[in-house]
Write a protein that binds this ligand. Structure first.
Ligand code: PMT
Length: 428
């Protein structure tokens, strides 16, 4: 099991957590989560839905939490101990992991038909939720509507991750790893840390996009690109190390979440667009490092596209995806973060980068020449030209080839230096 960051230990010590467990195969990971919370010095009380008990026994979670596990609203014996309203008031935070599609739907409708939903309705504590379900269920418009509603009801969504699923499918819907859920909660309670130097006395919230997007053509094929996520993850790690509160919106990549970073997994440009536009208005700094697909299939085929003997060519109709970073940059001033874009170019880097800086309305751009061997996509190293707006016009700084980690330090420092003074409330 991963060792705990010291900052998490202090931010969670003594916190009273209500952990809700619903009926998903990922329920076995809830046991690891209880251990992480206990190691960090939290008091943990677990509430299980009826279905969850088919996946993991209350006894396991009782042994790990050191407290009786509650499973029923109508249990007079348990209610005689700590009644459900008392339990709802007791919690400093409610964390649900895993959350099934059914539980999410019930929460959206404010149902109180079992102990867990009743507690969620009765508790005024911050609430975090880690969905877990089959990829088709996750993608279903009803689930997407429901999670959007939960987010606007102030629930903090953690994940889900994409990958192999217990049912044999591949795609988004896997519960985030316990360490990621733990990090998200630790970050929630972290006091703002002073950013480096004289830059800020309160820690800025930084939202970063990373990795590629995937645009489905049919159930087995997609359009994508070679982004590995390394540059964006290095930026997130560096920003967190400098004391910022970091949210990483990540396309499908094969990288661990940097310590202290809250990660939201997405697959398509539209999903990244939705998360970016939801989070950017609360951020002081937005960095678009993701290689977003400019186009998606007009309509993904429901069944696998078949090769036929009489068709030597195949025509796909693609439609434009929204320009995420341009929309963030066009937010009204009261909601607009400082916006840093990336430009992946193969020729005439300064000209094209400057053009993107102006056209997309950005404050700063990091241009990399992705035609250079060993730099850019997929590699551990990168080189870049940083361009930003200044009263005297555009200023620039050329960063020679170096590790993505070192380049990330330079980019974060430069962006924080340019960040305008934040009105109180804009930093959190
Ligand atoms: O992930 P790695 O393997 O580490 O590689 C790093 C990288 C090469 C992907 C990274 O350094 C990089 O250059 N990222 C931006 C890649 C890109 O898509 O560039 P672009 O020139 O097509 O887009 C310009 C800017 O607009 C980018 O900030 C991009 O995130 C944004 N964009 C693009 C299209 C779109 N629909 N929405 C966007 O927000």
């Amino acid at each position: 099991m991963a060792s705990l960051p010291l900052s998490s230990l202090s931010s969670l010590t003594g916190k009273r957590l209500l952990l809700g467990v619903s009926a998903g195969i990922a329920a076995y990971k809830s046991a690891l989560l209880v251990r992480l919370f206990k190691q960090a010095g939290c008091e943990v009380r677990v509430v299980m839905t009826e279905g969850a008990q088919a996946f993991i026994t209350p006894l396991t979670l009782q042994a790990l939490s050191g407290e009786p596990v509650r499973t029923s609203l109508l249990d007079p014996e348990a209610e005689a101990g700590m009644g459900h309203i008392e339990l709802a008031r007791w919690a400093d935070a409610v964390v649900i992991a895993p959350a099934t599609a059914d539980l999410i739907a019930r929460l959206v409708h404010g149902m109180a038909d079992d102990l867990l939903t009743t507690l969620c309705l009765a508790s005024e504590a911050p609430k975090l939720i880690a969905p877990a379900m089959n990829q088709a269920m996750w993608r279903h418009p009803a689930t997407q509507r429901n999670v959007a509603q939960l987010a606007s009801d102030s629930w903090q969504l953690i994940g889900p991750a994409a990958g192999d699923q217990a049912c044999g499918d591949v795609g988004p819907g896997r519960m985030s790893e316990p360490e990621e859920i733990f990090n998200a909660l630790a970050q929630h309670f972290s006091p703002p840390v002073k950013a480096s130097g004289e830059i800020s006395s309160r820690a800025p919230h930084i939202v970063i996009t990373a990795g590629p997007t995937r645009e489905a053509l049919d159930p087995v094929r997609y359009l994508s690109n070679h982004s590995s996520g390394k540059m964006g993850y290095a930026l997130a790690a560096e920003a967190a190390a400098q004391g910022a509160r970091v949210t990483l919106i990540s396309g499908p990549v094969n990288l661990p979440t940097p310590q202290g970073v809250a990660r939201i997994d997405v697959e398509t440009a539209l999903q990244m667009h939705q998360e970016a536009l939801r989070l950017a208005p609360q951020a002081a700094l937005f960095i678009g490092c993701a290689a977003v697909a400019d186009y998606r299939a007009e309509s993904a085929a429901v069944h696998k596209i078949k090769k036929t003997d009489d068709n030597d060519t195949l025509t796909l109709t693609l439609i434009k995806n929204p320009d995420i970073i341009a929309e963030v940059a066009a937010l009204p001033n009261s909601q607009r973060p400082f916006v840093v874009g990336f430009a992946a170019e193969t020729q005439d880097v300064p000209r094209y980068a400057n053009d993107k800086l102006q056209r997309k309305g950005l404050d700063m751009i990091v241009a990399n020449d992705v035609s250079q061997q060993g730099l850019g996509f997929g590699s551990d190293d990168n080189a870049a030209l940083l361009l930003w707006r200044a009263t005297s016009g555009t200023e620039q700084l050329a960063a020679p080839p170096q590790t993505k980690k070192a380049l990330a330090t330079l980019i974060i420092r430069q962006a924080l230096t340019l960040l305008p003074p934040q009105p109180s409330g804009a930093l959190s």
